[in-house]
Design a protein around this ligand. Structure first.
Ligand code: ADP
Ligand code: TRP
Length: 334
């Protein structure tokens, strides 16, 4: 039986961080073994919010290198840059005729952007979900590993697919968000304010490109408090987040020791030493991030290797995209 098609994209709007790793890339690596996977760098999408392209090329290459360094295997998955696949733009054109101003204006991300960039409410921003639908439908993908924030965009992609099929005949399956059954991981910012993000407080976000000492510094500065008031206290969310990080990067018995220390602590008898806890976490985090960072840097220096990877990804993606676009042209234009 043919493997199901999976697609996901990441915008090259900043440095990738631990939230991207555990929320997205870790799933990519898992899925590539089981599915027919397409992963890409959404550089057209980034133009909707970042019209200055001086740093775009380097950012695209860094995102590609970091994904490979995290374990995306280009022999298994197609990993490509959106602008290398012009078929996506053609599908976007057809889908634009089936999407309506009213529904686009109602989307939460559009409304957010109108607020945050009132001087640049461009049409690309309005039709962002249409381009995203084209990204997905061009490979007739059915599973899309993304965070919860993308649910509305996926719903719109399903609507556009249905509308197209209804009007021009069945071409597209309906795509759904996907994760591995467990709860979606959300990595909080180290200052306890919201999630780690490309654009939020940089000293509270651990980037995959951070040097060892910077990782240590950020973790040692992470928010903690006086310690638990009573035995087996419920953890404050910023403490819980540090434990989540330790669970993700440290050995099981290390985590257990600090869990026990926490649970045995109470006011006047604080067994857990947050200083030691963070020091241990910092060292384990360095061990986790350093090899990814080094591999990504090496790849970025090896221009020909990176070019080869991007060309191979584009070829694979275009093979699939051109099949779909032929069906689309036939359905629409006859
Ligand atoms: P950012 O918010 O940093 O700009 P994106 O919106 O580009 O990140 O998200 C890329 C992928 O990384 C998405 O699948 C998203 O769900 C995931 N992701 C981003 N931040 C986090 C986080 N703090 N915790 C878990 N997953 C995250
Ligand atoms: N909008 C997504 C984000 O902000 C990025 C993206 C663009 C995407 N096209 C996609 C994700 C297609 C999944 C599928 O994270």
């Amino acid at each position: 039986m043919a493997k199901e098609v999976v697609l996901s994209g990441i915008r090259p709007t900043g440095f990738l961080h631990l939230g991207n790793y555990f929320g997205a890339m870790r799933n990519y690596v898992r899925m590539q073994a089981e599915y027919n996977c397409y992963f890409f760098v959404a550089n057209w999408h980034s133009l909707t919010t970042h019209p200055d392209t001086k740093e775009l090329k380097a950012a695209v290459r860094r995102v590609v290198a970091e994904n490979i360094a995290c374990g995306v295997d280009t022999e298994k998955a197609a990993f490509y840059v959106q602008s290398d696949v012009p078929e996506i733009a053609e599908l976007y054109l057809y889908l634009n005729m089936l999407s309506y101003k009213g529904e686009l204006e109602k989307t939460t991300t559009f409304k957010d952007k109108v607020r945050t960039q009132p001087d640049n409410v461009n049409a690309g921003l309005l039709t962002y979900p249409v381009l995203q639908a084209a990204d997905i439908l061009i490979h007739r993908a059915v599973k899309v590993p993304v965070g919860k924030d993308q649910e509305q965009n996926l719903e719109m992609a399903r609507n556009f697919a249905q509308r197209f099929n209804h009007r021009y005949g069945e071409v597209f399956p309906e795509p759904y968000g996907f994760n591995y059954g467990e709860q979606l991981v959300k990595i909080m910012s180290l200052d306890g304010n919201g999630k780690m993000s490309k654009s939020e407080n940089q000293l509270s976000t651990l980037y995959l490109a951070d040097e060892d000492d910077l990782i240590r510094k950020k973790i040692m500065k992470a928010k903690t408090d006086q310690g638990p008031e009573e035995l087996k206290s419920v953890k404050a969310d910023y403490i819980e987040n540090l434990f989540t990080l330790m669970k993700l990067v440290s050995e099981g018995d290390t985590l257990q020791k600090f869990e026990d220390d926490f649970n045995n602590s109470s006011a006047g008898n604080c067994v857990i030493r947050y200083g030691d806890f963070k020091k241990q976490l910092a060292e384990d985090m360095v061990k986790f991030i350093a090899p990814i960072r080094e591999k990504a840097i090496a790849l970025q220096h090896s221009e020909t290797e990176l070019d080869k990877i991007m060309k191979q990804g584009a070829d694979k993606a275009r093979a699939s995209a051109s099949e779909t676009i032929k069906l689309v042209r036939k359905a629409v234009l006859g």
